[in-house]
Ligand binder design. Structure first.
Ligand code: GDP
Length: 303
């Protein structure tokens, strides 16, 4: 390529925000083109800050996936966790160049409003009206979009389905003109700046929530006790920390079957993601009241 005519490089830190379950993780995965964040039918599985990177032509998008906003401060015993999450989110938002505010197309509830209220004034914000496929009456979308226009000075309005191939690419093209001209933050082929250790915790957590359905409270977490690289082998030991004895039983299952399944599924996926052989050891521990203990939260790596 002739450098004289090449478009100047542009790059942006982009935050994807919205209440739980609107499809933020699904959107991130579609935008980055590889699984880096964790999706689940259950809200609140993504509690860490994850970045996915997409470089397209002269533009580099550095996505910062924020935790599910905690709008229900009354969740019993999880006050410290909620405070920690909101603080993380606000810190992220003040840092970024562009905010993608995700809602379900045609809906705007109190939970959505509380999230939108945390976006700093003047921050370029694009409204993503996701799950367009679930809107049966398309005619009602235009007046809804107009009402959204009155609520907030959005930069763009993009109805889409994060689960539909092609929609993420269309979104990237719409976002590109809003990227500031500046050097790229990362190498062209970076996908995520999260460590393998972090991915391991995320994958175990995903399997945990998928296989326990709605039984397990989101205050359960996964701690990596050991992560050793031995040539083409990763030796990983992780503890699933739950709040109650009853939850421990749910995770372990009848004769340990569920825990074994969590371990097998996580191992298979990790071997694919890390392109290495994985030896995974899983433990379950009851740590009563951990979600309401600031000091302990810190030691588990929450910001
Ligand atoms: P998050 O909590 O905002 O990160 O939401 P997730 O990405 O985990 O998605 C929540 C649920 O919505 C999952 O069951 C997804 O499969 C579903 N979902 C995400 N995007 C779409 C979409 O475009 N259409 C439909 N019908 N469902 C979607």
């Amino acid at each position: 390529m002739n450098n004289d005519t090449a478009a100047p490089r542009c790059c942006a830190l982009v935050a994807i925000v919205g209440r739980p379950n609107v499809g933020k993780s699904t959107l991130l995965n579609a935008l980055v083109g590889q699984k880096v964040s964790i999706t689940s039918r259950k809200a609140q599985t993504t509690r860490h800050r994850i970045t996915g990177i997409r470089t397209e032509g002269a533009a580099q998008f550095v996505f910062v996936d924020t935790p599910g906003f905690q709008t229900r401060h009354t969740v019993k015993g999880a006050a410290a966790l909620n405070r920690s999450l909101n603080k993380t989110v606000q810190a992220v938002l003040s840092d970024v160049d562009l905010v993608l505010f995700v809602v379900e197309a045609g809906r705007f509830g109190l939970d959505d409003a509380k999230v939108l209220a945390l976006v700093p004034p003047g921050k370029p914000t694009v409204l993503i009206a996701n799950k367009l496929d679930q809107v049966t009456r398309r005619a009602e979308l235009a007046p809804w979009l107009q009402s959204m226009q009155q609520r907030h000075p959005f930069t763009e309005f993009v109805p889409l389905s994060a689960e539909r191939a092609g929609d993420a690419e269309r979104l990237l093209a719409i976002l590109e003109p809003h990227l500031p001209e500046q050097p790229w933050f990362h190498d062209e082929d970076s996908l995520t700046d999260r460590s393998e250790r972090f991915l391991a915790a995320e994958i175990v957590r995903e399997k945990l929530f998928r296989l326990t359905g709605d039984e397990l409270p989101y205050t359960s977490t996964v701690v990596i006790d050991q992560f050793k690289e031995e040539g083409a082998l990763r030796r990983i030991a992780a503890t699933i920390v739950v709040e109650r004895d009853a939850h421990k039983g749910m995770v372990i299952g009848h004769k340990g079957e569920r825990l074994r399944r969590i371990g097998t599924d996580a191992r298979v996926e990790l071997e694919r993601l890390l392109d290495a052989k994985v030896f995974l050891e899983l433990w379950v521990k009851v740590r009563s009241g951990w979600a309401d203990d600031e000091a302990r939260l810190k030691s588990y790596g929450y910001e």
